[in-house]
Design a protein around this ligand. Structure first.
Ligand code: FAD
Length: 410
């Protein structure tokens, strides 16, 4: 059960923890063989019940309250094993830490444990047709009506909305304030909520991973406000930092996070061997470049996770990890297509792994878009990490309703 972990688990020495985890994985993983993709929810619950998730999470929210070294051991033991995903990066890596930072006690007690153990799936209602990189230009409105807020607007590119139970949604609560100042964050239940319409969008991979979400007079209780009214930009920028760290540095609340796309040099080496290219000098150079980038990425991720665990504010440095991850993933998927040769583009339909390289190739551009594009990461690094001058802007300090061509303008 969600509440049980912290109270029923005894403190364990690190070495005992490692040994117990290793034995547990050896015993448990064979039962998941061949069904890793569809059994992650069950696997997360089993990990939680055995006391292997929520390691660093505060016991007040169901965690074990252990040090980050336990999280490190968990990652080390799981690495290289074929397991179902141990965390949903949007729910556990992005929404849970945002709720931990800004949510009320009631919100945290109701949701955090369920988010980590996989019982609740969350998504982010941020981007809109006219507000992506310029997220502060969002038009979705939330108007207070007694004990409720009424939400109206359209969101887009919402990952996994069709399966999500809840979303963290940003909406404008005061158009008289400048664009960054009049925004609030809300918890919106998605399943069966009157006024919520979710429409899948087709991607170039052929999947429908993200959606348009329409909010028509959606009523939510005022208790669903996250943080203070009109202070949502702070929560939003914190959430984007969590997203960049989850994507770039593999962070997650109280357990290992899982990136959406990963470069895997071992697969490239295997492919080169199968194609008889493993002694080819140029191929070896290309692969070693990926191996080195992967190592740098892993060490950078480890450093950032350690810093977070030690209470150091990583902040905009998360953009460095996210940008590096986008560059690495793109290089690796391009090399996969080169090594795969013609079969990477046209494969025998009976070969079950035939389309894998093509899929990775058409999926990989997303790493340079999701969570803020690479251009935006470069701007952020320039301004907030290197201290270069801010990008010019002519609409920062005027009331949102007075910004030209804004439909909210009266
Ligand atoms: C796989 C995936 C999952 C996603 N999941 C979600 C989700 O769950 N929830 C959600 O809300 N959103 C989600 N998004 C949306 C994502 O956050 C946006 O696509 C992204 O922020 C870019 O916004 P945009 O698409 O509107 O592009 P735009 O902002 O219109 O940008 C278009 C181009 O202009 C460039 N550009 C814009 N402004 C600048 C500038 N100031 N300087 C330099 N270049 C600039 C951009 O880099 C880009 O190349 C997802 C996107 C992807 C690809």
């Amino acid at each position: 059960m969600a509440e049980a972990t912290a109270t029923t688990m005894e403190f364990e020495e690190l070495a005992d923890f490692r040994q117990r985890l290793r034995a547990w994985l050896d015993e448990t993983l064979p039962s998941y063989e061949g069904r890793e993709a569809e059994s992650s929810k069950q696997f997360r619950q089993a990990l939680w019940d055995a006391g292997f998730l929520g390691l660093t999470l505060d016991p007040a929210y169901g965690g074990r309250g252990l040090g980050s070294e336990y999280d490190k051991v968990f990652r080390e033991e799981i690495r290289g094993r074929r397991t179902p995903a141990v965390a949903d990066s949007v729910t556990a890596g992005i929404c849970a830490p945002t709720l931990l930072d800004f949510g009320s006690e009631a919100q945290k007690k109701a949701h955090i444990a369920n988010m980590i153990r996989g019982a609740e799936v969350w998504t982010q209602l941020l981007s809109e047709p006219g507000a992506g990189s310029d997220l502060a230009g969002l038009q979705t409105k939330a108007v207070r009506d007694g004990d409720e807020y009424v939400l109206n607007g359209q969101k887009v590119w919402t990952s996994g909305a069709m399966n999500a139970h809840y979303a963290l949604c940003v909406a404008r609560t005061n158009p008289d304030l400048p664009k960054h100042a009049g925004i609030s964050m809300f918890i919106v239940p998605l399943q069966g909520t009157p006024g919520v319409t979710i429409r899948p969008l087709k991607q170039m991979t052929g999947d429908s991973h993200f959606n348009e979400v329409f909010l028509d007079n959606v009523r939510i209780p005022i208790e669903n406000l996250v943080g203070d009214e009109n202070n949502g930009w702070r929560a939003l920028t914190a959430m984007l930092t969590h997203e960049r760290l989850a994507l770039g540095a593999g962070t997650g609340a109280g357990g290992a996070g899982a990136g959406w796309a990963r470069s895997d040099s071992r697969r490239l080496i295997d492919l080169a061997r199968r194609r008889g290219l493993d002694q080819d000098k140029a191929t070896r150079q290309d692969i070693i470049r990926i191996v080195v980038l992967e190592r740098i990425q892993a060490l950078m991720g480890q450093k950032m996770r350690d810093e977070i665990a030690a209470g150091v504010t990583v902040g905009s440095k998360g953009s460095v990890a996210k940008l590096a991850s986008a560059i690495l993933t793109r290089h690796a998927s391009n090399l996969g297509m080169v090594l795969g040769g013609p079969a990477a583009q046209a494969w025998d339909p009976t070969d079950q792994s035939g389309g894998e390289l093509a899929e990775a190739s058409s999926f990989s551009p997303m790493t340079a878009i999701a969570g803020g594009t690479s251009e935006i990461q470069r701007n952020t690094i320039g301004e907030r990490v290197l201290g270069l001058p801010r990008e010019p802007s002519n609409d920062r300090d005027i009331p949102f309703k007075d910004i030209l061509q804004n439909p909210m303008r009266k």
